[in-house]
Design a binder for this molecule. Structure first.
Ligand SMILES: [Zn+2]
Ligand SMILES: [Zn+2]
Length: 160
């Protein structure tokens, strides 16, 4: 079984456990999300990509599927400051959401999969009696390559 089939299978189990079926349309939407995991796609991006192999699908269906996956905590709806909601897959081997590094100039994004906040969470529990169930941590700044002028947006402006 390929990694993608494996992931599909796992999510199918998650859906089943909550009483949902992995319909063809849901499967197509999910496949696009999995295939482009690093890209943090918007609903429109997902729609355009699903349409390539499944032209009959409607934007509303894609929206509904993404909302359902968000409700079930299979994906997370993220906002990286550009006003567009983006969908990000959660890794079920990690209890908490992964961290993001975002270039302030071009928006290029990298993920840190490891949970670096465990110590901080324990401290919050100790000092506030507050149990952390999840968190989001997005760092905004500049990658070395971006400060060196290899920023995606830097290139764009130079070209125009
Ligand atoms: Zn992410
Ligand atoms: Zn950049």
């Amino acid at each position: 079984m390929s990694k993608l089939d494996n992931q599909m299978d796992k999510i199918n189990q998650q859906l089943k456990a909550k009483g949902y079926k992995l319909t063809h349309q849901r499967a197509m939407t999910l496949r696009v999300l999995l295939e482009n995991e690093q890209d943090h796609l918007s609903a429109e991006d997902v729609y355009m990509l699903v349409k390539k192999t499944y032209p009959e699908i409607g934007l509303a269906t894609v929206y509904r599927t993404l909302e359902l996956l968000t409700e079930l905590h299979i994906v997370e709806k993220m906002n990286f400051g550009d006003g567009v909601a983006r969908f990000d897959l959660r890794d079920d081997s990690q209890e908490h959401m992964h961290h993001h590094l975002i270039c302030a100039k071009c928006g290029v994004l990298k993920e840190i999969q490891e949970d670096w906040l465990l110590e901080l969470e324990q401290r919050v529990q100790r000092e506030f009696g507050f149990t952390v169930t999840d968190h989001r941590l997005d760092f905004t700044g500049l990658f070395q390559s971006c400060s060196a002028g290899e920023c995606k947006r830097g290139k764009d402006t130079k070209a125009s």
